[in-house]
Design a protein. Structure first.
Length: 282
């Protein structure tokens, strides 16, 4: 990665603040981006649908920060539920009194809500009851529109995903984890990407957003697309002119539901467009 001299200078200045006797803070926030807060416009979707969320619930658990080959320096207790539809950046947790140092290992789970889950900004007691009773980690409600046609969906995902080895852009440089400086605060955003449910490829950077095939799965024509209806759609049976669905090295992805559930594991990012390794926890 090519970086400018000013960026290198900033990075070296940050490292200079990592002294043996110094202490600083790691702060974690979350943000749902415009696609969740407002809308995924038709111009962003290959087949011309606009998609508007009304609820986007996500549960964060076990946020950790660690130095290389060392036990975690800090771990968040319990879990917190947020509604990413609520506009703005939302605070999750802060770890104070950390030794000023580089912490290349940052990880977090998007995991099923439990009785001990706290309510973050935007989440209600009713939201928590829904998540706990169904064992959901993620729950979304939305309406999709194309011309005079409207489809809605309410999808819940009861899966635990570990997002680790997180990397993100800081002052123009790709940084692994966090850098805690003496007296400073490194604020790390756990960014949720609401467009991922509609990708047509699990791994390609050239994946496109599509909704025609999801809309066509509404077998009973009631205007509501359920995950059970997606289960009835074999990927191999989707006409090639409707777009191909790339599974890459992933195994066991045979239906449109399998595909959407695999995409649900990819919604968690780091510092905006930064990436983590997403690992299913069974």
């Amino acid at each position: 990665m090519r970086v400018s001299l000013p960026c290198v200078a900033i990075f070296l200045a940050m490292l200079a603040g990592c002294t043996e006797d110094g202490q600083g803070t790691a702060s974690f926030t979350t943000y749902g981006e415009t696609f969740i807060e407002e809308q995924i416009p038709a111009s962003a979707v290959e087949d011309g649908w606009s998609i508007t969320y009304s609820r986007f619930l996500v549960t964060f658990r076990d946020i950790e920060i660690a130095e290389t080959d060392a036990p975690p320096a800090a771990t968040m207790a319990g879990s917190v539920l947020f509604n990413e539809k609520v506009i703005g950046t939302k605070a999750i947790v802060s770890f104070t009194g950390l030794r000023a140092s580089a912490y290349p290992h940052v990880s977090y789970h998007i995991a099923p809500a439990t009785a001990d889950t706290a309510l973050g900004r935007g989440a209600t007691d009713a939201d928590k009851a829904l998540m706990v009773s169904n064992g959901y980690a993620i729950y979304v409600e939305a309406i999709a529109q194309k011309g005079a046609v409207t489809k809605s969906f309410k999808w819940g995902f009861a899966q635990d995903t570990l997002n680790d080895r997180c990397q993100g852009n800081v002052s123009g440089m790709l940084i692994s984890g966090a850098i805690i400086t003496n007296g400073g605060t490194d604020t790390m955003q756990l960014t949720i990407h609401g467009d991922h449910f509609f990708y047509d490829d699990l791994q390609s950077a050239a994946a496109k957003l599509r909704f025609d095939n999801i809309a066509a799965a509404d077998a009973d024509g009631d205007g509501v697309v359920t995950l059970d209806e997606l289960s009835a759609v074999k990927l191999a049976a989707i006409p090639i002119e409707n777009g191909s669905y790339g599974t890459g090295s992933a195994a066991g992805i045979h239906t449109l539901r399998d595909f959407v559930e695999a995409l649900a594991r990819t919604v968690g990012h780091f510092r905006g467009e930064g990436q983590c390794f997403a690992t299913p926890i069974e």
